[in-house]
Design a protein around this ligand. Structure first.
Ligand SMILES: [Zn+2]
Length: 556
């Protein structure tokens, strides 16, 4: 005899068991949230082949079972409906971003998403997402809320749930075993596919980010370069030296005018005498959360180890240890731990007149107060400028009106409202503005280097954190797992400029460096090049990865 029989209520409506309701949700996710997974998993298979159908059916059953396991483990008792509703929202949101931008919801993408600030979030949340959530979340949630669930004694409910979960597990294992060979080869060759399985991808990735952060919070950042000390050139410097390192955002090499892009997106930099362009530079990652910590780490992409990089100090700590004055100026979502404990400024807080609105600043804000800082410089120092650059999808918000040169430019936060030409136009306009900010910066550095009063030796290094997809192969934005990311997300612009005084003082052979620049370079070079440029000596410095090491004249 069950509980409702005792309640005395009229048995008018048919009641559902909790598990039947969860199975319904599982089926709904299978059909509504996983089209990208099936498209990729079945790519290259012919619909005429019976084996394709067998494989597709096995995948569908495995996914159904997986969905049920997720729901069955998380949704219980009175919290069943609220928790299931939340998961339905998550699944709808996840499948929206996968479907719209072609992203994979792996841990690094989730880390990026969880670090999104309100201004970024506003640009990602538009009518398209609202519509998607309305259809794919609000409707099923309303249906679920309406569904009358049968109430059972606790022991009986627990037994039923256990049996259902076991059943789902058996179904999952059976589906995998039946198609084991094609499935194992698929997962070996395209491991990233699992990050399309929605909403398990969001839950798994969020869990692993939280676990990694808890682990990281439990132990202090590992010091590196404890032996860092000024080298002979640094010790012999009689004039102050300032290296401005500009960390770009989402600028891709393919659209960089200096690299020979079909249209000139870098007219001002092209007119800077002595500028050195590195056209073949590859990034460490395909998103900010991977690339920024990685480019400031000694190991880089060649020996990538996320835990080790996140758990260790950065280049800036090593430089500071040797007495280099370090400052991080941020016009984005923070320094990702790279500047922990070191002096830093946020442009939104400084709020230079006419450049900031709605929690965002144009990148010229990064130049505010720089002249005074350079004029008063002493000793050796590094100023990092972290740009907002070409941060998408709202490229049109990244530049002032006078840089809207390529038209028509997409004026929507939702890229699907624009054709590919308008998207590329807005993207290239944002590059024009980056070009202007960098050229203005160099002009200021040049002026300070020549000013009688300051006599500071100056240099600028610019490199972007990762590239961007602008609709090629239906991909947008960035953040695809490294193994499958297209080149446009992995190739970035890099340029260097040195004042005459600095090149002389540091004995740099710029013609030699210009020849070196024609060869491939990478984020991996930054750590070692900066140590060499500032002449901070430490066992961490690998001369083979120092772009300047082979282009320094011997001491007289
Ligand atoms: Zn980025």
């Amino acid at each position: 005899m069950s509980v409702e029989d005792l309640s005395g209520a009229a048995p008018a409506r048919r009641t559902w068991s909790a598990e039947a309701a969860l199975l319904l949700v599982s089926l709904f996710w299978l059909l509504s949230a996983n089209s990208a997974f099936f498209r990729e998993a079945l790519a290259g298979r012919s619909p005429g082949e019976p084996s394709s159908w067998g494989f597709g059916l096995a995948l569908a059953l495995a996914l159904l079972a997986l969905n049920f396991l997720v729901l069955g483990l998380l949704c219980h008792g009175r919290l069943l409906k609220p928790v299931a509703a939340l998961l339905i929202l998550v699944a709808a949101g996840g499948s929206h971003f996968i479907g719209t931008f072609g992203v994979y919801l792996d841990p690094s993408m989730l880390r990026n998403a969880l670090r999104t600030d309100p201004a970024e979030a506003r640009e990602l949340i538009g009518p398209a997402l609202a519509l998607r959530l309305g259809l794919q979340a609000a409707l099923p949630i309303a249906l679920l809320a309406w569904l009358p669930l049968r109430r059972r004694p606790l022991a009986k409910a627990a037994l039923a749930r256990t049996l259902w979960l076991l059943g789902a597990l058996v179904l999952l294992v059976a589906a995998v075993m039946i198609e084991f060979r094609p499935l194992s080869s698929l997962m070996r060759n395209q491991r990233e596919l699992r990050y399309l399985i929605t909403p398990a991808n969001v839950l798994w990735s969020t869990g692993s980010v939280v676990a990694a952060d808890l682990k990281g919070a439990a132990r202090p950042r590992q010091p590196i370069g404890l032996d860092a000390a000024p080298g002979p050139r640094m010790s012999a410097r009689t004039r102050p030296m300032r290296v401005v390192l500009v960390v770009g955002e989402t600028a891709r090499a393919a659209n960089w005018g200096l690299n020979g892009h079909a249209r000139q997106t870098t007219p001002e930099l092209a007119a800077v005498p002595g500028l050195i362009n590195f056209p073949q530079t590859s990034s460490c990652g395909t998103n900010t959360e991977v690339s920024v910590p990685c480019m400031f780490a000694p190991v880089g992409r060649r020996d990538y180890d996320e835990d080790r990089i996140r758990g260790s100090e950065s280049l800036l700590h090593v430089l500071a240890r040797a007495g280099v004055d370090v400052l991080w100026r941020d016009n984005q979502s923070g320094c990702k731990g790279v500047c922990d404990g070191l002096p830093s400024q946020e442009m939104v807080q400084i709020n230079p007149p006419g450049l900031c609105a709605e929690g965002r600043c144009l990148d010229e804000a990064l130049l505010a107060g720089l002249d005074e800082r350079l004029a008063g410089a002493q000793g050796s120092g590094v100023i990092v400028l972290h740009m907002l650059g070409n941060h998408g999808p709202s490229y049109f918000r990244r530049y002032p009106e006078r840089f809207a040169r390529f038209q028509p430019a997409c004026q929507s936060d939702d890229l699907r409202q624009c054709d590919s030409t308008a998207i590329a136009n807005a993207y290239d306009n944002a590059l024009l503005y980056t070009d202007h900010v960098l050229a203005t910066l160099i002009a200021r550095l040049q002026a300070q280097a020549q000013a009688q009063s300051s006599q500071v030796d100056t240099a600028m290094i610019y490199l972007s954190d990762h590239g961007e997809s602008l609709g090629e192969s239906n991909l947008f934005l960035h953040g695809l797992p490294w193994a499958i990311a297209p080149e446009v997300q992995k190739r970035v612009p890099m340029v260097m400029w040195f004042s005459d005084g600095l090149a002389r003082q540091e004995r740099l052979d710029l013609d030699c460096l210009r020849r070196r620049a024609a060869q491939p370079a990478a984020h991996d070079h930054l750590f070692h090049t900066m140590l060499g440029l500032l002449d901070v000596r430490t066992a961490l410095h690998e001369p083979a990865l120092d772009l300047l090491a082979g282009c320094r004249r011997p001491a007289p």
